[in-house]
Design a protein around this ligand. Structure first.
Ligand SMILES: Cc1cc2nc3c(=O)[nH]c(=O)nc-3n(C[C@H](O)[C@H](O)[C@H](O)COP(=O)(O)OP(=O)(O)OC[C@H]3O[C@@H](n4cnc5c(N)ncnc54)[C@H](O)[C@@H]3O)c2cc1C
Length: 380
């Protein structure tokens, strides 16, 4: 099979890259281990940034969020209402299928049920061994996740990871109706993370996310959270998956022929766990760098990724360190400081950068003093 690029993994990152490459007239082969539609552990929450990518995904949006409830154990919850959408809810089985269908419509060849086992550089290209045959191409896009075969084949150091667990609640009709159009973000119940309730058209995604080193039994946090929220009715499908933390310096390229996108490149917001936007955008940037051609495409991709994400992901790491270390204190600061919750929501929906938010926090701290800002002692 004569192809210009192989894409390992047909999630959002792989599908976005394959679509744009095929649209640019390149011959693309996607190797996807699953049969679609497949379930994926995910909250299915898209920030408005995703829609700004122009991918036309409106047909699979199942709920539009205009209210966010922020909570922390022992604290009065903060409810934030907006006149513009704060987020969009999808189910991954439909969202991912739509994107991969689009890639096929653009001309990409997708082989479902092909698991990549190993990849290596050979003269003039890359050789990819799957459980159903070996393929060669001048370029490989690794879109098969943080601990996927691409990353493992090239012996990249394992990223630091967070653990996330999603419990899909079906048949919880009363609870589902109560959560239409709004989300709950609950800080402090999980070490270095949070718990959530997100609605879709027919069920609720609930879940927990926490730093791997700090959480010992994620399922226990999830069960306690569901009990606290009185979400114990209906049937529940639980699945978990690791989420990579981004490196301080992003390195999404291996050699000159392997470009990593999405989770494989460690592109996940370390504060929110948002990864779909980063997967889509990095997929598009990888395709752009390749389609522009030239010997420097890998370097160009590296630069595009650093320009697009590095500052912001560093800011997100700093904010995560601040809020997850002292969730109660941060929560009270958000409630007491005028304008803080608006600024915080603006960061979550991508209207304000993390760097700008942190500058505001620093200005507030200097203006009010640490105690004045929160009115309370730090949790230390
Ligand atoms: C519980 C949980 C909740 C989350 N909630 C959200 C959320 O609400 N919003 C958000 O933005 N992000 C969320 N994320 C993060 C988000 O799911 C990921 O960041 C995103 O899916 C990354 O996209 P990707 O294309 O890089 O990888 P993936 O979506 O993981 O896709 C990788 C694809 O590669 C395939 N694959 C894997 N290995 C191989 C192989 N060896 N050979 C061939 N194919 C292979 C897989 O089948 C899959 O289709 C959540 C993550 C978890 C774990």
């Amino acid at each position: 099979m004569d192809v210009d690029a192989i894409v390992a993994g047909g999630g959002p990152g792989g599908a976005a890259a394959a679509s744009l490459l095929a649209q640019a007239g390149l011959a693309v082969l996607v190797l996807e281990k699953a049969q679609f539609p497949r379930q994926k552990a995910c909250g299915g929450c898209l920030s408005p940034k995703v829609l700004s990518l122009g991918l036309d995904v409106e047909e699979v949006i199942e709920d539009v969020i205009e209210e966010a409830v922020f909570a922390a154990p022992g604290e009065t919850a903060i409810t934030y209402r907006s006149h513009t959408p704060l987020a969009y809810m999808v189910r991954r089985e439909r969202f991912d299928q739509l994107l991969l269908n689009r890639a096929e419509e653009m001309g990409a060849r997708v082989l479902y049920g092909y698991r990549v086992l190993q990849a290596r550089e050979i003269a003039g290209g890359v050789e990819v061994v799957s459980d159903r045959g070996t393929f060669r191409a001048p370029l490989l896009i690794g879109a098969d996740g943080a601990l996927g075969a691409t990353v493992r084949s090239f012996r990249r150091p394992r990223p630091r990871i967070a653990l996330a667990m999603d419990a899909r609640l079906s048949g919880a009709d009363g609870a589902h109706a109560a959560w239409r159009g709004k989300v709950l973000i609950d800080f402090g119940g999980v070490p270095f993370g949070y718990a959530w309730v997100f609605p879709t058209a027919c069920d609720l995604s609930t879940g927990v996310l926490g730093a791997k080193k700090r959480v010992h039994r994620l399922r226990g946090y999830l069960d306690r959270f569901l009990e606290r929220q009185d979400l114990t009715c209906g049937s529940k499908t639980v699945s978990g998956w690791p989420l990579p933390y981004p490196a301080w310096s992003l390195r999404p390229v291996i050699g000159r022929r392997v470009l990593l996108v999405g989770d494989a490149a460690g592109l996940v917001d370390p504060f929110t766990g948002e990864g779909i936007y980063y997967a889509l955008r990095s997929g598009l940037l990888a395709a752009k760098a390749i389609a522009e051609g030239g010997r420097r495409r890998a370097k160009r991709y590296q630069q595009l990724i650093r320009d697009a994400f590095e500052q912001d992901l560093r800011g997100a790491s700093l904010l995560a360190a601040l809020i997850h270390r002292a969730p109660g204190w941060s929560f009270r600061a958000l409630r007491r400081h005028p304008g803080a919750i608006e600024a915080f929501v603006s960061v979550l929906i991508g209207r304000l950068s993390y760097a700008a938010f942190l500058r505001k926090v620093a200005q507030g701290v200097f203006a009010a003093g640490w105690r004045g800002l929160a009115g309370l002692k730090s949790e230390g």
